[in-house]
Design a protein around this ligand. Structure first.
Ligand code: SF4
Length: 378
């Protein structure tokens, strides 16, 4: 039986970033302690208690606002409930300016907080750096400056973390190629094991959407993306998914589960789970969740069509690619013809029986994937 990935959601942030429409809000220290109680109780009540797990991912929101004491006891609840591998990958998303002990945890220091987390078993940190330009960080409404991120990385190394991933954003309003090049150069200088590069999306209702309404054109974004792909490849990072790059052996084991259809369990409001062909998600209601009301907002048994769409999308988004032979007989020739059509344009390439998107193809993956969805029979 496949081992589980465990996802723990934190629905709190100190303040909303200007581009974010995720389910998160500010919370008091008391609300966060009560939330951590509810999360631990929910984990311990899992119907899959006792099952093996090999990845744990603390995401959000901003998990580090929960404070070190809560993070450690949530991880302890996971260990008590599931048979966690001794070498499990245990990731914590962290805001570069946040990793401090809260007063009720006994202080306000950065290094001791990281040292406690490392000793508790956290072994991978994900820092949302986003840019090395303080002007761009201010535009995004981020609370940190690049110097905070640099110090966070140094402190993490200092206490022993050997697996760090950094997030970067491109396609920002007014972002020129010069600041993009500089951001990549500055992040590479921090020598992370893994990098994620995401294009900014303007979500209606967010301050950035209201103020800007439009972003750099597609050609500018494409050039930024291709520059990242080439520069990271030259620095030894292998692209293994549209937005993700890793040194050899450092691809995210947890995220890989999402892309190969492996089972994962999510805890916390808005967290998703998948197991045995069924996908479900918890309601976006932190207040109810904190009272111990664990209500589902959706439950879906994947249809044959859903499963095929997942196979196509996940294959082409990753370096796994798509072998038309895995599709039903009636689709194989049409799928191959669609993919073959893009080969001369440099968007798709062939590797044995599999078709893979090139970096240019990944940039327009939605259009190619939609075309393939169109040949799935009803
Ligand atoms: S820290 Fe992350 S989740 Fe929180 S508001 Fe900013 S982008 Fe959204």
């Amino acid at each position: 039986m496949s081992k589980l990935g465990i996802y723990l959601h934190t629905p709190f942030c100190v303040k909303k970033c200007a581009y974010c429409d995720f389910y998160s809000a500010p919370g008091t220290p008391e609300a966060m302690d009560a939330y951590a109680d509810a999360l631990c109780a929910h984990i311990r009540s899992s119907e899959m208690a006792g099952r093996g797990a090999d990845t744990v991912y603390f995401g959000g929101g901003t998990p580090t606002v929960l404070g070190v004491r809560n993070l450690v006891r949530i991880l302890a609840a996971v260990r008590e409930t599931f048979a966690l591998d001794p070498d499990a990958e245990i990731t914590l998303e962290a805001n570069p300016g946040d990793l401090c002990l809260r007063p009720q945890d006994g202080g306000n220091a950065f290094l001791p907080a990281l040292a406690i987390l490392y000793a508790a078993g956290f072994n991978r940190l994900s820092f949302g750096v986003q840019s090395s330009s303080d002007a761009e960080l201010a535009l995004l409404g981020r609370r940190h400056r690049f110097e905070d991120a640099r110090r966070a990385v140094l402190a993490a190394r200092c206490v022993g973390f050997e697996n760090l991933t950094l997030d970067l954003m491109y396609g920002l309003p007014g972002q020129g190629m010069d600041t993009w090049h500089k951001s990549i150069e500055d992040l590479l200088a921090l020598a992370p094991e893994h990098l994620s590069c995401y294009a900014l999306k303007l979500e209606p209702g967010t301050p950035l959407f209201v103020f800007f309404g439009e972003l750099p054109d597609d050609e500018t974004c494409l050039q930024q993306y291709l520059y990242a792909v080439d520069t990271l490849a030259a620095a030894g990072y292998r692209q293994y998914e549209i937005s993700n790059f890793a040194l050899p052996g450092r691809a995210s084991r947890h995220n890989r589960k999402y892309w190969i259809g492996a089972p994962y369990l999510g805890f916390g409001p808005s967290a998703h789970s998948f197991s045995g062909g069924v996908r479900w998600a918890w309601a976006d209601d932190t207040a109810a969740y904190t009272r111990g009301v664990y209500r589902e907002k959706e439950r879906l048994t994947l249809s044959v069509r859903d499963a095929l769409e997942e196979d196509i999308m996940l294959g082409l988004r990753t370096t796994r690619g798509l072998d038309p032979a895995v599709l039903p007989d009636g689709m194989q020739a049409d799928a191959a013809a669609i993919l073959e059509k893009y080969v001369p344009h440099g968007l798709v390439r062939r590797e044995g029986p599999r078709y893979l998107l090139t970096p240019r193809g990944m940039f327009v993956s939605n259009a190619i994937i939609s075309e393939l969805f169109g040949i799935i029979p009803d």
